[in-house]
Design a protein around this ligand. Structure first.
Ligand code: NDP
Length: 398
């Protein structure tokens, strides 16, 4: 059906490469490119598929990307490098006529600021070029938006309260490690909290609002309100929502380490001089922390991510609704060599590209996932390793 170019060979890139290789009827040719080509070669070798071509690219450089795209002529690029590269890759897509998908919104390197404005600004140019850009197609953002669109389509006349709940009840046996790129992860979880209520954003101190929530097959876990990027597009695309929040679980050990890291200045994102060399503390920290892509070996337990929604159902009655997936770290590792957080991000990225190639999600412009038909995507989640479950009229605790 089409040729895909994956950019990024970390934990998520590993899963995307595995999953596209598992669907040869859709992805007829695969190219995997990243900054370090040896990592692409190792992934291709582990998959053992001679359909994967590998390449080296610095995705901060638009000219290098253009050359790569012109050499391989992909139909769509799956960007699972870092959020800093979103705009350069989108520029190269426009220059060469390639469609685009990513899992995290653009962030400037020098400021931890998550918002869609930079990428939404490309809408007209993608429209005029007849190209599709699908933003935020991992799990959250990604499946969280598809779940919300599915709830709106099939269950609610009016969605009023949305809580996205993200629990990682896994144990990797390390004192401190992040589940995806440490730099991006620490920037995300140390920022101020923010949620939507009655038409405005309410800001909180980091981790200020928290309470225990019960997760299926896991039990109660302390959960903290964080700002997460999909809130911005979801309240725009579903304007009946009165309150939208994002909750994530953290263990005490994790929070203690995080506090120390911040207090001693290791989370700083501005450059400092060290022995005559300019270094960015958080980037140095990344170099000494465990590589998230290699956490899988001893990772036990499950993730559980879902949407808890309250509103008025199609018949006009009050409805509470919970849709979620639980993913086992061990099963993810056995299948792809990567842990559950990489798995829950990489599988939806593959499905999004599949939706595009099958023509289900093909629409010139720049879109968030909830703006497409959720049904074929939901069907693939069940087939591709992330089955979902629904509960109706239960106590959603929120
Ligand atoms: P990793 O750090 O493990 O991998 C990132 C990869 O991108 C590495 O292979 C890295 O190369 C490559 N890369 C970085 N900079 C460049 C560059 N300038 N040019 C080319 N390649 C580059 O991250 P993850 O795999 O954990 O995460 C990947 C993405 O997924 C991130 O954007 C993250 O925010 C997103 N994510 C989204 C989630 C969701 O649910 N939506 C959840 C988790 C992650 P090298 O190996 O040389 O360092």
């Amino acid at each position: 059906m089409g040729k895909v170019l994956i950019i990024g060979a970390g934990g998520v890139g590993t899963v995307v490469a595995n999953k596209v290789a598992q669907n040869p009827d859709v992805f007829t040719e695969i190219v995997l490119a990243s900054r370090t080509k040896s990592k692409c070669d190792a992934i291709a070798k582990a998959i053992g598929s001679d359909r994967i071509t590998t390449a080296q690219v610095n995705a901060d450089n638009v000219d290098e990307l253009i050359e790569l795209f012109n050499t391989h002529k992909p139909d769509i690029v799956i960007n699972v490098a870092l959020p800093y590269q979103d705009l350069t890759i989108m520029d190269a897509c426009l220059a060469t006529g390639v469609n685009y998908l990513d899992t995290a919104n653009y962030e400037p390197l020098e400021e931890a600021k998550f918002e869609y404005s930079w990428q939404w600004a490309y809408k007209k140019r993608f429209e005029e070029a007849g190209l599709t850009a699908i933003l935020g197609c991992g799990f959250d953002p990604g499946v969280s938006g598809v779940y919300t669109a599915y709830a709106a389509k099939h269950h609610f006349k009016e969605m009023q309260y949305l809580d996205i709940v993200d629990c990682n009840a896994g144990d990797h046996g390390k004192a401190f490690a992040t589940n995806f790129n440490p730099e991006i992860n620490i920037r995300e979880v140390t920022q101020k909290g923010k949620y939507w209520e009655n038409g405005e954003w309410i800001e909180t101190e980091p981790h200020e609002i928290h309470k225990p929530l019960n997760y299926p097959n896991i039990g109660a876990r302390e959960s903290y309100v964080l700002y997460h990027e999909e809130l911005e597009s979801l309240v725009k695309n579903f304007p009946t929502i009165k309150r939208a929040r994002f909750w994530m679980t953290f263990g005490q050990e994790y929070l203690t380490h995080l506090r120390v890291i911040q207090n001693i200045g290791m989370a700083r994102i501005d450059p400092i001089m060290y022995n005559g060399v300019e270094i960015v503390p958080i980037q140095f920290l990344k170099a000494v922390l465990p590589n998230p892509g290699e956490l899988g070996v001893n990772y036990h337990g499950e993730t559980s991510i879902g949407c808890r929604i309250k509103g008025i159902d199609k018949q006009g009655k009050v409805l509470t609704y919970y849709v979620y997936n639980n993913c086992s770290h061990e099963a993810a590792y056995k299948e792809t060599g990567a842990q559950g957080v990489s798995y829950t991000t990489g599988v939806p990225a593959m499905i999004g590209a599949m939706m595009f190639l099958k023509g289900e999600w093909k629409r010139p412009g720049v879109w968030n996932v909830e703006e497409f038909n959720p049904d074929p995507f939901m069907e693939q989640l069940n087939k591709q390793g992330l089955p979902w479950h629904e509960q109706f009229n239960i106590d959603i605790e929120l």
